[in-house]
Design a binder for this molecule. Structure first.
Ligand SMILES: O=P(O)(O)O[C@H]1O[C@H](CO)[C@@H](O)[C@H]1O
Ligand SMILES: [Mn+2]
Ligand SMILES: [Mn+2]
Length: 414
């Protein structure tokens, strides 16, 4: 039976999208700016040095896709003569540049409605909403109530939180309500329960996600976020290709954040993992498990590598992002070794988060699409008008009824 492995490199954009100016992102280029910094010696650390080296993804057409998206080859990277993959650059038609919008569109369901946002930089949340939260969750109050970077706000308000028991609430340019609380002082389960309460109270506000942001540590100098983050998303507006496959009796495996992002819709098997080492290990072990256990059923394994975004992109850490990309690229060799020739491997991203860009937000960019295996002929797949071409291709690959959006590029298979 057919099997597809879909990996989302969270935030790995390859050049500003045609509508980037509407988001204040004209000129953003996650890959291009990382490569430029590496080429100029500005991303040399003890961990990595010199030009950006991504040989596996280069052979899948990454730098070709970036060239086609931006009109120029990334600095000091080499375009391989022979390719092992088909490649494209895809633009997003969803209204937001956030994680659920990107993932849902990848799965064939673009977001055509407008999310609700908390636009005010301070006193961001309506007082009546905060009052209800405090009352229903029986809290001594909340602190924060502003736009913030998650690491900065725990350093600034973490001690006050520990001393008062008031959780830290904050948001960003995304449609999010984030709650940071100390895992031990406040309690992890209590934080999750609070997020569920907030999820319900947000119903009138059309907010994409409530995010639990637990942290540990003794004082502002050493507070750090843990891998126990949890996202509470609303459900996709119509069935995604994951749901269609699951309803058709297929196995749909979530690795990492995937299940949360799709509000657990269409997931038949869930594997939690935090950190890129654990995520790749989990992906490979699911490839090995499903090779025998679900061989009689169509199977899709979908993984999200979130650290590119949350540890490096939002933190505007160019050398860190470069090192994480090089590390991921090296790990791909192990994944290739575990795959069968007729498996479809697809690598893509959900939005950009240019670590050289001003601010700490996502950036509206093209994303790469790299496809190999399953008889795909290496070479260009051209510009894709929507990430939903991926969902349509998966529907086509699994012979499911066509999705409403997107064009399959499966015809390119040899
Ligand atoms: O600064 P942190 O807490 O990482 O928040 C970031 O993560 C959220 C979800 O991706 C985004 O909305 C962005 O604000
Ligand atoms: Mn994302
Ligand atoms: Mn993000």
């Amino acid at each position: 039976m057919r099997r597809a492995i879909v990996i989302v490199l969270d935030s790995f954009g390859i050049g500003s999208a045609p509508d980037a100016a509407e988001f204040g992102d004209a000129g953003a280029d996650t890959l291009g700016h990382i490569a430029a910094a590496c080429a100029r010696g500005k991303a040399d650390t003890t961990e990595r040095q010199g030009p950006l080296k991504l040989p596996n993804m280069a052979a899948l057409g990454l730098f070709h896709a970036h060239r086609d998206a931006t009109g120029s080859v990334a600095e000091d990277v080499s375009l391989p003569q022979t390719l092992n993959g088909a490649y494209a650059h895809a633009k997003e038609i969803s209204s937001g540049k956030d994680t659920p919008s990107g993932h849902w569109e990848i799965a064939g369901v673009p977001v055509r409605f407008d999310w609700g946002y908390f636009l005010d930089k301070t006193a961001s949340f309506p007082a009546e909403l905060l009052d209800k939260i405090v009352e229903e969750a029986n809290l001594p109050g909340v602190i924060g109530n502003c736009h913030a970077s998650g690491t900065e706000i725990i350093a600034r308000l973490g001690e006050e939180h520990v001393n008062t028991g008031k959780p830290i609430v904050y948001t960003s340019a995304d449609s999010v309500f984030q709650i940071a609380a100390h895992e031990e002082h406040f309690g992890l389960e209590r934080l999750y329960e609070l997020c569920e309460t907030v999820r319900e109270l947000l119903e009138p506000y059309n907010i994409g996600r409530v995010i639990a942001r637990p942290f540990i540590g003794h004082n502002s100098a050493d507070f750090s976020r843990t891998g126990n983050r949890r996202d509470y998303s609303i459900e996709p507006p119509s069935p995604t290709v994951l749901q269609k496959l699951a309803e058709a009796g297929g196995e749909v495996v979530s690795i990492g954040k995937i299940a949360d992002i799709y509000a657990h819709c269409g997931i038949t098997h869930k594997v939690k993992a935090s950190g890129h080492d654990a995520l790749m290990e989990a992906t490979i072990s699911e490839v090995v498990r499903t090779a025998t256990q679900t061989r009689d059923r169509p199977t899709m394994i979908m993984a999200n590598f979130v650290d590119f975004d949350s540890v490096y992109g939002h933190r505007r850490d160019v050398p860190g992002y470069a090192a994480a990309l090089e590390d991921f690229d090296a790990k791909l060799s192990e994944l290739f070794a575990a795959l069968n020739d007729d498996d479809l491997l697809l690598l893509t991203a959900d939005h950009g988060c240019d670590p050289s860009w001003e601010g700490t937000e996502h950036t509206r960019e093209y994303v790469p699409v790299m496809v190999s295996g399953a008889g795909f002929a290496p070479g260009p797949l051209g510009e894709r008008g929507t990430f939903a071409d991926i969902g349509q291709t998966l529907a086509d690959f699994f012979t499911l009824p066509a999705m409403a959006d997107g064009d399959s590029f499966l015809s390119n298979a040899a």
